[in-house]
Ligand binder design. Sequence first.
Ligand SMILES: NC(=O)c1ccc[n+]([C@@H]2O[C@H](COP(=O)([O-])OP(=O)(O)OC[C@H]3O[C@@H](n4cnc5c(N)ncnc54)[C@H](O)[C@@H]3O)[C@@H](O)[C@H]2O)c1
Length: 402
Amino acid sequence: MKHPHIFTRREFIKDTVAAGVAAAAIHATTGLAAPAAEPAEGAIIQGRKVKVAVIGCGNVSGSYFPTLVASPHVELVSTCDIIPERAEQAAKKHGVPRHFPHIDQLLAGPAFDLLVNLTDIQQHHQINRAALTASRHVWSEKPLGINYAEAKELLDLAAAKRVQLLGSPTVVASPQFAFMAQTIRDGKLGRVAAAHASYGHTGPSWSSFFYEKDGGSLFDLGVYSITTLTGLLGPAKAVVAMTGIVTPVRTITGKGEIRVAAEDNAMLIMDHGDGVLSHIQSGFNYYTAREHSDTEPAHHTLSVTGTKGALHLAGYDWGPHGVDLATRETGGRLQRMAAEAEGYQWQGGAVKMAEFLATGVRPRFTAAHAAHVAEIIAGAHQSQATGQRIAMASTFAPVKLA
Ligand SMILES: NC(=O)c1ccc[n+]([C@@H]2O[C@H](COP(=O)([O-])OP(=O)(O)OC[C@H]3O[C@@H](n4cnc5c(N)ncnc54)[C@H](O)[C@@H]3O)[C@@H](O)[C@H]2O)c1
């Protein structure tokens, strides 16, 4: 049987950031105590907890803090927000000793190993860059940067500084992703041809950056589907897209009416090579019965189809309930598979990164994959602006399932 396209291709580059990290330069810069012996591989921070600072104490931080507080590998050191009361309140609520109103003060404050960046989309690149420059490991909410050049600069900087960089989404870490990828790799769908994913709701109301230049539904929502489908089908060779603005004026809490500058409605087609195509739609004008919930267990949000079978993800890829699989072998009946979460949580990426620093166990998600996704979204915007099919330059190694 001919294997699906992704798994026969050999042109993937290696993950830019090597597994082993020489820690000496980091300890010289950050003032943190160096371990007795420098680990060539495995644990990067040994003999103590990973000291973590959180920047951006807004909406999503409410989901992150409890996971960080509960982690045996994490010691929360500082919080930071340009709205100083938010940093202060988060520090008080979660027992974090220090809080700061600016990244420069945060970096000059008590030593920490890992910066968890939960700020606005448009702020990610410059904050990630400042932290990497200061030899800190970085976990970034999506996207790493708003295009491939920004993301690649961060990958190169992390490699040069010999620190680790990882970012959201964590969708490839779910057992449902692993099941889908393994099913495709095992050839159970036959020759994979096409895939589709849809993610939308009626749009955030708490912050305007989602609707400002370089925001939009692809960076906030489509980014999950793009990560999952490139993870399953391989890197995109090219993209075409159309985007639009359906709701030109929005009301934002505490701010009033704003004019929308970024797309709130997007459709994207990716060419994965060898004839394999996928389609993604995202938007901030989608009625869903339960709004931004992970949907009912019967709601299929993502499907992959081949010559001998098809699979459908139940629930969104960031909060999946299971995978419904139908193949010729099973007579075409849908069977619910991979129905357990097995500890997977969409907001668990920063904790997984701290675990990686403390134990050497690498998560499935990589910065190279996140950078490729940033290129795809920037390519979608370019396609809309020019009417052209946009070739992708970047790639990433297949997601390791073991
Ligand atoms: N809200 C969610 O449910 C959710 C879920 C997954 C991912 N995300 C992602 O998380 C990120 C943040 O989203 P949010 O919903 O929490 O937004 P938010 O506006 O509620 O929070 C962002 C916070 O960052 C702060 N900030 C902005 N620029 C800063 C800077 N330069 N220095 C320090 N602080 C700064 C803001 O003051 C604000 O408190 C986005 O990338 C978003 O896509 C959000």
